[in-house]
Design a protein around this ligand. Structure first.
Ligand code: ASP
Length: 588
């Protein structure tokens, strides 16, 4: 069998289309050889395309002899007749499982090298190998389904925004720095040596300017670029669904987002009952030790300071007297934990910065606790009661400043939830986290930094304290959290140029610096800026959650590794010295 041209061979059906209702018709299928089974005399192979798999049977002796040369990933055209399979040969797992194609002719359109990993098996393959040969990886049905889901999501998003009066407007990629808290990717200008464009960390400034321009409602499905240390759910370039609304309030932004999330959940036949719950940031930290709590896990953090306030247990009492607290979580059914389990949790707590962990439980013969001697039985019983621990539960206590106890217990809560399988993958818990602090203190630089971005408005009730007590000011910023992932974040913006200038100053930017970086924007604010606000959704994350994938790399066609490398294209790479000379760049 030699490689032949396609000629006039035209596909009549896809490999996922034919059923028993088509029995008897003549068809032409085009696709990849998925798997070959030579039974001596008859030869079977599965033909694969994006739409599915169809079994081909070759009974003709001469044709079967030739078809023996077929290998996985060869590209072929099959002409033949649709036959209904015998009852016992039906494959109920395949939509085409009731039929097979009795081949009359097979045209080899291209051969293929043996792939570095099989496409037709789910054997574990290292991610580096998968990414290097991404074109082969993408032949796998799972990844194809993910890209199809992503396409559907994008389509649904565009439909939804169009129905709601939003315009999709493109904003520049070669632009000036937009601060979102990460490093910029810079692009040198050849025409202006020594000058650089920055790739946008988000279209933030442009979408606000579109509001100043009177566009009223803007959205865009847009690539953003952030040069930051990568984690499993981060990529140096990623996609946002970005939007901005004039005359917006928090309620209006939420009322736009919630039905959209419901429509996206509809893509996987799920519902998203709304309005979603709202929770102030301070409550999320106190109750879950996280600003993106996974509500599926239960196990709320509780203040258990009271029983220890006057106890003899000096470690806890000292922590409380020093302005800290005792906080605890109750592990349901955790009384069965072995000494070793508890030691492991204590080790984890220490790595997170805690001095240690105290445990307590209601045993059969009375209360038991690692602090029984030091604190006494009454105090421990009081602590179990305060934390609402029932018989069979395990109470874990940490002491210290609020920021420490919440961080430590928040992390323990998640690792216990994973261990105990409390994170039901079929549950979807949406939550708005609101009232974030406006600023965080950077101890090393001895200055305030924005929590969201410098264009976020303060809560009106807090604005008077901006200069006297910036740390206490809350922002009109909100995040949408789904099952412990931040899937969207946004804010009501500053539309008053005087307030914007003050915020730049509080962030340690001199007027000159602010002018050099954002002069055009502050100028624009002076020309009748409507109150406005918006949000951006992390599309990669949302699609990964819909596809039940752990990593966003599984829903991006050509992702980079955790080291920010494109293994397939081999980027980044060195460039021709002539290009560098033109840009007046020296690498040493
Ligand atoms: N630009 C923000 C971000 O990328 C989103 C927003 O405030 O609308 O997080």
């Amino acid at each position: 069998m030699n490689v032949e041209p396609l000629g006039s061979l035209a596909r009549t059906h896809t490999c996922g289309q034919l059923t028993a209702a088509d029995a008897g018709i003549s068809v032409v299928l085009l696709g990849w050889v998925h798997r070959v089974r030579d039974l001596g005399g008859v030869l079977f192979f599965d033909l694969r395309d994006r739409y599915g798999l169809t079994q081909v049977v070759v009974r003709d002796e001469a044709l079967a002899e030739a078809a023996k040369r077929l290998r996985p990933e060869f590209v072929v055209g099959v002409t033949g007749r649709v036959d209904q399979r015998e009852k016992d040969a039906v494959n109920p797992k395949l939509p085409t499982g009731e039929i097979e194609i009795e081949a009359r002719a097979i045209r080899l359109l291209n051969d293929a090298k043996t792939p570095p990993f099989p496409i037709n098996e789910d054997t574990p393959v290292s991610e580096d190998l998968r990414l290097k040969y991404r074109y082969l990886d993408l032949r796998k049905p799972r990844l194809q389904q993910n890209l199809i889901l992503r396409h559907r999501a994008a389509l649904e998003i565009r439909r939804y925004f169009d129905e709601n009066g939003f315009l999709e407007v493109e904003t520049p990629i070669l632009t000036k720095s937009t601060p979102e808290g990460a490093r910029d990717y810079l692009v040198p200008s050849r025409v202006h040596p020594g000058e650089f464009f920055a790739l946008p960390q988000s279209p933030q400034i442009f979408k606000q300017i579109l509001m100043i321009s009177g566009m009223d409602r803007y959205f865009q499905i847009v690539k953003c670029f952030r040069d930051e240390d990568l984690r499993a759910d981060r990529q140096p370039e990623f996609t946002q669904v970005d939007l901005e609304i004039s005359f917006a309030t928090e309620d209006l932004v939420f009322a736009i987002l919630e039905p959209l999330m419901a429509r996206l959940m509809g893509l996987i036949a799920r519902d998203a009952p709304h309005p979603f719950r709202r929770m102030p940031y301070a409550e999320a930290i106190a109750t879950y030790g996280s600003d993106k709590p996974d509500l599926r896990a239960g196990m709320e953090l509780r203040d258990v300071s009271e029983p220890f306030r006057t106890s003899n247990f000096s470690v806890f009492r000292g922590a409380i007297d020093g302005g800290g607290e005792v906080r605890g979580i109750v592990v349901p059914g955790g009384a069965k934990y072995s000494r070793k389990d508890i030691d492991n949790l204590t080790e984890e707590a220490k790595q997170l910065g805690a001095a240690g962990l105290v445990w307590a439980r209601q045993g059969e013969g009375g209360v038991q606790s690692s602090a029984l001697k030091a604190a006494g039985e009454d105090i421990i019983r009081h602590a179990l009661h305060t934390a609402r621990a029932a018989a069979g539960d395990l109470l874990l206590l940490a002491a210290g400043p609020h920021a420490l106890t919440t961080r430590v217990l928040g992390q323990l809560r998640l690792s216990i939830a994973k261990r105990e399988n409390l994170l039901d993958p079929s549950r979807f818990e949406f939550l708005w986290v609101v009232d974030f602090p406006m600023f965080e203190w950077l101890e090393d630089q001895k200055r305030w930094e924005f929590m969201h971005h410098p264009f976020t408005a303060p809560l009106e009730s807090d604005a008077a304290r901006l200069e006297s007590d910036p740390g206490s000011v809350r922002a009109r910023a909100y995040d949408l959290v789904l099952n412990g992932s931040e899937i969207a974040g946004g804010s009501i913006r500053i539309h008053d140029q005087r307030l914007q200038r003050l915020i730049f100053r509080l962030l340690g930017m001199s007027d000159e610096e602010a002018k050099a970086r954002f002069g055009f924007f502050v100028d624009a604010l002076e020309f009748g800026t409507p109150p406005h606000g918006g949000i951006a959704i992390g599309l990669d994350r949302v699609v990964a959650i819909l596809a039940a994938e752990q990593s966003i790399r599984e829903v991006i066609a050509f992702p980079k590794t955790a080291q920010a490398v494109d293994l397939m294209a081999g980027a980044p790479s060195t460039v021709d010295p002539r290009q560098l000379r033109e840009l007046r760049i020296r690498t040493e």
